[in-house]
Design a protein around this ligand. Sequence first.
Ligand code: C2E
Ligand code: CA
Ligand code: CA
Ligand code: CA
Length: 280
Amino acid sequence: QAKDQGKNQYEIYTPSITNHTYRIFTLKNHLRKAIEFDEFLLHFQPRINSQTEEIVGVEALLRWYHPTFGHVPPNEFIPVAEEDGQIITIGEWVLDRACEQNKQWQVLGLPPIKMSVNFSVLQFLKRDLVEIVRATLDKHKLEPIWLEIEITESAVLENNPYILDTIMKLQGMGITIALDDFGTGYSSLSYLRKYKIDTLKIDRSFVMGIPQEAESFEITKTIISLAQALKMNIVAEGVETAEQLKALSEVDCNEIQGYFYSKPLPALQMEEMLRGKTIK
Ligand code: C2E
Ligand code: CA
Ligand code: CA
Ligand code: CA
């Protein structure tokens, strides 16, 4: 009987492992060609001032449209790209396009906004990150104050003097740094003391429970007062409902990002929205 069970497990378990491994292997290979084959695109999601409803910035979000796989979500391919270091090249592509786009909007005479770009911690571990960022800004003649770099908390970030130094150099240039998915990572508080982070982005998992879940709302309020005390800018991510927006505005969350205002949009649609300047 035990033998039968063993056989069953083998039959059920192994193919799924194989499919998963195969999927990752395949994605990895096709990712290598994605830039060359022009399969990447940036979408942009606005960040809104909760008081004035002005668009203060946009976050660049990478999209991969593969001819046979279709749309592969970043939550699936970014970890794959991090696994074998491809994220370095991909990240540089994202930065280049995001800066180019922001400059283009300024040249068109649109109200200047901050462009937020997601960086993998791996990019911070590469020795020439500061030079690459500087060169990219120069190339597009974009002033550093219009660029924000988003990074998620991680163990690497916590105890790495090199990363701390890189962050300070970037800030010294005038670039701002945002801590993404705030509240979900590990030992968030201890490193707010070390790093002079400019912006905290409250993770969507807290915003989701607002206002009905007392715990989520309390944690959110605590993060907001912490950010205010440390003079940081605060963004609530994943705001989907009018109730969430109202509750967050009442506790002075200064910026809002989420489907309630807008999903991430292709460049042309974002441009149309920027022409209107305010979201409504
Ligand atoms: P993230 O940086 O936390 O980005 C926010 C994600 O939440 C985006 O998913 C966005 O579309 C989604 N979102 C925004 N508002 C709402 C909302 O109201 N409701 C819901 N349900 N979702 C909302 P997306 O674009 O699928 O990206 C997922 C993650 O992939 C990002 O999470 C980020 O960690 C990563 N990512 C995306 N682009 C890049 C990139 O260029 N470089 C790196 N390193 N990571 C990226
Ligand atoms: Ca982000
Ligand atoms: Ca986030
Ligand atoms: Ca995330």
